[in-house]
Design a protein around this ligand. Structure first.
Ligand code: ADP
Ligand code: MG
Length: 238
């Protein structure tokens, strides 16, 4: 399962309100994209779900369990950071195995899970290499592999492709979409790129200054933007 529910979630840093109030329901297996300009609160909202930031108010539930005060590692989620978060001195194998070693899993289980992730991500031939000997796209796949082996209830991505050039971004976008089709796991994906949002999402959450402007499918947003901001941002006539 992988349902995520936010009720009346608010976030302030000191006296500054960053997220005035968000209500959101994510269904099991859904691909949800948070889209909005820089500074609109996308990363903050993702970090609240991950537990990397504490909410100022409201509740977060995962599969019906209130996790508002549960530590990040115990929420069953996996955050995919940009590829530069890999350990440069470790092999691809050990980078992917790292979270399993930390969790105290046995050598055989680790080996099985690492090889399965490598197969899904087309990394089987690169397991002995170091990140520095890989292309940008391969490095990003290793970062995803490190999330896959934990078999999370949901994947959280924060602008995973923003370091890559335009051509590679297109390829990786297709790979992430394919991965979602294979795993059928809930994914939340943050981007400021409208094209990524429109092509990847089952459901888009449009953020602007910490406010949710609209939640809907790409088609709904395109056909019936709630306001001028959404219309302008998604690029449809209104
Ligand atoms: P986005 O990911 O959409 O670019 P962020 O969630 O990173 O936006 O930031 C939203 C707003 O919250 C910005 O105005 C940013 O400056 C502010 N902000 C983010 N993190 C902190 C923090 N730790 N302390 C104070 N302000 C923050
Ligand atoms: Mg951000």
């Amino acid at each position: 399962m992988g349902t995520i529910k936010l009720e009346n979630v608010t976030k302030s840093f000191g006296a500054t309100v960053i997220i005035p109030k968000v209500d959101l329901e994510i269904e099991d297996g859904e691909f949800v994209v948070f889209v909005g300009p820089s500074g609109s609160g996308k990363s903050t909202l993702l970090r609240l779900i991950a537990g990397l930031e504490d909410v100022s108010g409201g509740n977060i539930a995962i599969d019906g369990r209130d996790v508002t005060r549960v530590a990040p590692a115990k929420r069953g989620l996996a955050m995919v950071f940009q590829s530069y978060a890999l350990y440069p001195h470790m092999s691809v194998y050990n980078n992917i195995a790292f979270p399993l070693k930390m969790a105290g899993e046995g050598k055989e289980t680790i080996d099985k899970k690492v090889r399965e992730a490598a197969r899904v991500l087309n990394l089987a031939a690169y397991l002995e290499r170091r990140p520095g000997q890989l292309s940008g796209g391969q490095r990003q796949r290793v970062a995803i592999g490190r999330a896959i082996v934990r078999q999370p209830t949901a994947f959280l991505f924060d602008e995973p492709l923003s370091n890559l050039d335009a051509a590679l971004r297109g390829t990786m976008r297709l790979e992430i979409s394919e991965l979602h089709h294979q795993l059928k796991t809930t994914m939340i994906y943050v981007t400021h790129d409208q094209v990524e949002a429109m092509t990847l999402a089952d459901k888009i959450v449009v953020l602007n200054g910490g406010n949710v402007e609209q939640i809907g499918s790409p088609l709904e947003l395109y056909r019936k933007p709630a306001n001028l901001f959404v219309a302008g941002f998604i690029g449809s006539p209104r």
